[in-house]
Design a protein. Structure first.
Length: 242
């Protein structure tokens, strides 16, 4: 062996051995190796849409006071999600009538459950006419869209009530009147635009003929189902009256 087969490590002027540069290179190589390993993991991984959606729903339900709710219908799986959907529904209805029909008066009777809107008849119908005014048609379209966007487990219902004069017997008239024609025409218009049939009802009440009251309900779907009691046969064998 000659002198060229040996490497002499001499201290630098600062007192550190030149071998420290080899240690830095070694650590840098290890970091690059770990980085390459995670890049490979990401490249071979696949995104599970179902799991991602479940994570987003969980975050929306847990941090509802921080994260703004989405405007798209979302399948909520918790009571917190139901509350969020109810508040979102009332906010949408409030913004709709406040922005489009400035004459409307919006009242939150029960937060997340019940709201009432009062507006003059002239905002929806022309004088003496039963057809919907053109300015109110976009309102109906957006109301139908909101009522149709109910998430699983909840019902969004609307009740349209218009005032009617009473007859001499202090009762509502039984013949066709302008008020009944207007109520029926509104129901037909909303049905033609695709509103869920079980989400809308119309009615006539004695009172002011120049005012319309619209109620919006948020109901639990399971609790609103009709429950029929099964018939119980008495000991005699005949069916008991139900």
């Amino acid at each position: 062996m000659n002198e060229r087969d040996f490497v002499t490590i001499a201290p630098d002027p600062g007192g550190n051995a030149l071998g420290n540069s080899n240690t830095v290179a070694l650590f840098l190589s290890l970091f690059l190796l770990v980085l390459a390993f995670f890049i490979i993991l990401v490249s071979i991984s696949t995104i599970a849409d179902v799991k991602s959606q479940a994570v987003r729903n969980s975050l929306s339900s847990t941090f509802r006071s921080i994260m703004s709710p989405s405007t798209d219908p979302t399948e909520f799986t918790s009571k917190d999600g139901d509350v969020l959907a109810s508040q979102q529904f009332q906010d949408q209805i409030t913004r709709l009538f406040a922005a489009t029909l400035q004459v409307a008066k919006v009242e939150i009777v029960r937060p997340g459950k019940l709201m009432r809107i009062k507006l003059p008849v002239s905002a929806m119908f022309a004088d003496g006419a039963t057809a919907i005014r053109p300015v109110a048609v976009p309102v109906l379209d957006r109301v139908v869209a909101v009522l149709s966007s109910r998430p699983p487990g909840l019902r969004f219902d609307m009740e349209f009530v218009i005032g009617s004069p009473i007859n001499d017997d202090k009762a509502l008239p039984i013949i066709q009147t302008l008020e009944t024609e207007r109520a029926g025409n509104l129901a037909r218009e909303m049905a033609r635009r695709g509103v869920p049939p079980d989400s809308i009802s119309v009615g006539i009440r004695p009172g002011r003929t120049d005012q319309i009251i619209i109620w919006f309900f948020v109901r639990d779907e399971a609790g609103s189902r009709l429950r029929l009691k099964p018939k119980v046969k008495p000991q005699g064998g005949a069916d008991a009256p139900s």
